[in-house]
Ligand binder design. Structure first.
Ligand code: GUN
Ligand code: FE
Length: 446
């Protein structure tokens, strides 16, 4: 692997102190950051590897999205203006049920393209019921860093044919975890993914947690307390609130990531804190499905880990972290005041806090010596308006004014996956074309 020094106007590190380096370079040796400093002319001249000049640009850590559904990318724009349970019943479960291997591969490819091109370098994906190996193989081919797992469903009143048996779900999941956990040189890790309480038996939820403990570094990823009708059904099924139920069956701990967490009572919030559960906040999805606004400033004040995910393309309808940061910040201000969710805090949720959620903050999430080179070069000359930037307004420009057009180049694990705004592996235009053909074929299968 080529050793490099990347020179930039600013390097926004997201380290503990929030260091922003001016006119410095990042040295990368074997995919690892080995130096961040001002290099002398002689040091650059004598350097054995490549010196890449990103003057006029800002380098940031790659974004980390902790809740994604790659299998849904193909359905963007075909499931709008519905509340969660109708959205699942009328559109998403029938669509997912109609996937074959090819449509699933293109859906995942399309999603990964959008994620990389908008600066996301790590995701946690919820997978789908069938052909999960296709998602893993597509992730591996792309070079992105990912936690993923087969979505588990063993009961389903919304679409009875879209489920499997408890035994089959556990068996298939075990074999997938054996095959893919720590694959692609450790870029891929397994995230056990029972979908949500409504579609999982208690046995499935509990046995999956037990299985998770056999795979060190794996995670437990599910949806919780997203929608008022959903929690009403949970109450009816188990006589408990959603988080209380999860707690009562022993699936909550620091290795559990819960997407949404909008409708919690105080004692449920205390459980999140006490069990060190991680919250994946999905602001666009929560607004578009009319689910509600998660009390993120309250969680942060209590010291609960919060990170951000775009969720699926048909409930957002973008996979772009710039849009998520923008909303994550703005939606809280009318209730919690204008100083809540300031730009730097929000940027940290999108980077280092995401790494902490996934327990990979020792290797990524910030630009620091010893970490893997997962980074994004932003070109502010692509901003809608001409801008002056320095260390005083950089977070503001990223969170309040930024958009994916700023993303020029993206590196994961020391390898450029996006250069000059284009993918280096695979042809995105071919993927766009093939995906639209596959969507039409999928509609015919419905
Ligand atoms: N709850 C269960 N499945 C889903 C899903 O696919 N998307 C969202 N937003 N919530 C869910
Ligand atoms: Fe989701």
């Amino acid at each position: 692997m080529t050793d490099r020094i990347l020179l930039a106007d600013y390097i926004v590190s997201a380290d503990e102190k929030g260091t922003i380096y001016k006119d410095c370079g990042i040295e990368i040796t074997n995919g690892i950051i080995t130096n961040i400093k001002k290099f002398t002319v002689d040091e650059l001249r004598l350097f054995g590897g490549e010196v890449e000049d990103y003057s006029g640009q800002v380098i940031i850590p790659g974004f980390i999205q902790t809740h994604i559904h790659l299998c849904q990318t193909l359905f963007r724009g075909f499931a709008d203006d519905l509340q969660l349970l109708d959205w699942l019943q009328k559109r998403i479960f029938p669509f997912e049920n109609a996937h074959n291997r090819k449509s699933l591969r293109l859906s995942a490819s399309l999603g990964i393209c959008e994620l990389l091109l908008s600066g996301t370098t790590t995701i946690m994906d919820m997978g789908t019921l069938r052909h999960q190996e296709v998602i893993f193989n597509t992730l591996i081919k792309s070079g992105i860093r990912a936690f993923a797992g087969k979505c588990m469903i063993d009961q389903n009143d919304l679409l009875p044919e879209f489920k499997s048996t408890t035994e089959k779900e556990l068996d298939e999941t075990y074999h997938l975890a054996e095959q893919f956990h720590n694959s692609n040189n450790g870029l891929i890790k397994y995230a056990f993914a029972p979908r949500f309480v409504l579609s999982c038996s208690e046995k499935l939820l509990k046995k999956t947690k037990e299985m998770m403990s056999l795979f060190e570094g794996s995670l437990y990823h599910t949806h919780a307390s997203e929608n008022k009708n959903e929690i009403e059904v949970v109450r009816h099924m188990h006589n408990k609130e959603n988080i209380e139920y999860f707690d009562s069956i022993g699936v909550l701990d620091k290795n559990t990531v819960l997407a949404h967490c909008i409708h919690l009572n105080e004692s449920e919030i205390d459980i999140l804190k006490e069990k060190d559960v991680r919250v994946a906040h999905c602001p666009s999805s929560n607004l578009k499905l009319g689910s509600g606004i998660a009390p993120i400033p309250t969680y942060l004040k209590k010291g609960i880990n919060v990170s951000i995910g775009a969720d699926g393309a048909p409930c957002n309808n973008n996979l772009d972290m710039f849009k998520e940061m923008h909303l994550a910040s703005l939606i809280q201000k009318p209730v919690h005041g204008p100083t809540s969710m300031d730009a730097e805090t929000t940027f940290r949720l999108a980077t280092i806090e995401g790494a902490k959620a996934l327990h990979i903050d020792n290797i990524t999430g910030s630009l620091e010596v010893g970490k893997k080179a997962d980074l994004v070069c932003l070109n502010f000359y692509e901003c809608d308006q001409p801008v002056y930037y320095d260390e005083n307004n950089i977070y503001s420009l990223i969170v309040y004014s930024g958009n994916k057009n700023l993303v020029e180049s993206v590196m994961v694990d020391g390898k450029w996956l996006v250069e000059g705004g284009f993918m280096t592996r695979g042809d995105e235009f071919e993927i766009y074309n093939d995906a639209s053909i596959e969507y039409k074929k999928l509609l015919k299968r419905l």
